[in-house]
Design a protein around this ligand. Sequence first.
Ligand code: CTP
Length: 397
Amino acid sequence: MNTLTNKRVLLGVSGSIAAYKSPDIVRRLQDLGAEVRVIVTDGGKEFVSERSLQTISKNKVHSNLWDKEAELAMGHIELAKWSDIVIIAPASANTIAKLCHGRADDLLSTVILATDAKVMLAPSMNQQMYASKAMKDNLKILLKRGIVIIEPGFGEQACGDVGEGRLAEALDIANQAADLFTSTSLSGKKVLITLGGTIEAIDPVRYISNHSSGKMGMALAHQCIQAGAKTTLIIGSISIDIEKRAEVIHIVSADEMYEAVMKRIESQDLFICCAAVADFRPKNVSHNKIKKNNSPVTIELTENKDILASVCQLSKRPICIGFAAESENFIVNARAKLESKACEAIILNDISQSEIGLNSDKNEVHFITKEHCEKIEKNSKQIIAEKIIEKITNYYF
Ligand code: CTP
């Protein structure tokens, strides 16, 4: 059975009598492992209390697009980004018509426009309304846009009519949502990811570091969590938001990263070494700020431990995946790294092109093992991460 483990579900409750069933939908989604937040429209509020939804979802219920305080806490764009899936259940005739026209006159319709998450809706209305030509045309348009429609049931309705238009059962809604996430490939697995750059102090104010943003590592973290893994991140210097569902350890230097990794590595199933670890650090860190005195300053460097290579030497170790940041002789250098570090696979990054790799939102990589060398074409780091995790799970789990 598919689950919603680690999935973030935004449930939109709109104005239909069946809104009274929405707390049960929240429960069924939670039973499958989802974290649930709820948006209730003004119409929805006529049929279900915000307090019930808040108590059951264990989260503040969102309803007003113009609420300044709510926008400060979690505004419409954040809600849109937070969600892995938005489910509108019940979806009233009015809400469905609004979605068709891309209107943004309340919180729910605005979030739908702003999200790139999967969207699913469960219509619920009087059978005559559901059978109307306008409704059928609207649903066809939404289907064409990739929105998943959960067919309503047939039976006696609140108004006394008999026909098609009853809200689908809560359990069916939850199960159909879970079916959309086919990957449970890392379910029960533990993944450790290093990401970001390390910072090597020269004196109390100066340091050696690099341009790593942590974007690729965070995208991988997101994908591992989506695939059901218990994910731990060892984070150096980054310039992005941290995936809140991961366990997080912050470090500064390569030495600290080494210690943090070694402390946790034994229990891991997969180690992805995505950090841009500084290869060298100043041999002596000055306690005081180094003054200029008209003579050149020389900083003697000493080599940092290679974290990936050290983990690969352990007798009990997880599957190890490294990155290779290269600016020339790409495949040859990456293959040499695969061999010298003795990891299972190397993901080759071409850092000579400014629009991919370090600090950019896009990437293009090669996934290299002893037997394979597969190109993953240029795409967003999120999609690249999805394909990398797909390959790792296919080959090793
Ligand atoms: N790495 C590491 N510890 C280090 C240096 C690198 O764990 N001290 C890891 C990186 O996280 C990456 C892989 O080793 O997964 C390759 O890193 P890269 O910077 O491409 O290569 P280096 O080993 O540092 O070699 P060079 O800089 O000479 O290319």
